[in-house]
Design a protein around this ligand. Sequence first.
Ligand code: GLN
Length: 284
Amino acid sequence: MTLKNYKKHFISTLETHYPTTEVLSFFNLLAADILGFSRVDIVLEAASEINDTNLKKLNQALSELGNHKPLQYILGETEFYGLPFKVNEHTLIPRPETEELVSWILESVENTQKKISILDIGTGSGCIAISLAKNLPNAQVTGYDISEKTLITATSNASLNNVSVDFKLVDILKIETLDTSFDIIVSNPPYVRNLEKKEIQKNVLEHEPHTALFVEDDDPLIFYTKIANLAKNNLNPNGLLFFEINQYLGKETVALVKSIGFNNVTLKQDIFKADRMICASRKK
Ligand code: GLN
């Protein structure tokens, strides 16, 4: 089949599932990944025949997209904060709002020359920990996750980006204290309530790890309670606690963190104007 005809077939197969602009962007990304073709090549090579090996790969991707598998999982890689990250079904796909959280953390660290220590709880692909390590070469970064399989991916992402992060298998809900103190503790824990499942798109619901996403309706702030309590005892003087939060629970999360003893709490919205992140400290 020619590239031109395959493109037509690709679009007509997926356009009932996704908006056409998204289908075109899928096609361009797959053509780049599988055929090594740029967008210009796709036009120039329209009449060229796709060989059997590549046709098989494209068809495989096409059928996975038809099943709402996220393209990032099909390609096995994505970009976060300008850096490459391997992703798979054991890791959440890094979100743009989490890039905003990383920016906020970097802005708040005044002197990047200082040797600061950072803990990322529920590190997943390692996107927060690794992008902080990359931008703060003197920082000592630790990442915790409950899943061994996830930590394998996080570890390979650290070497992919030439940074060193100390990853540890930890179930945060099961520990009573942290081993050491940190200057920054950050977490993007699971925060989507089961009652919000009807708002969640198929590609997320059917393919991304539920342990990284969902919390029980009757205790949606369970991770924030636990982590803020740990941070209360294990943040260095002037230390900062950062959270990504559920947009519908901004006020509640601020109140919780305050009630645990953080008197200085800032709530920040993401670019979509949703309450999305918190910075907390215990200034005297
Ligand atoms: N923001 C993610 C989503 O909407 C959820 C991330 C999380 O639960 N920590 O899918």
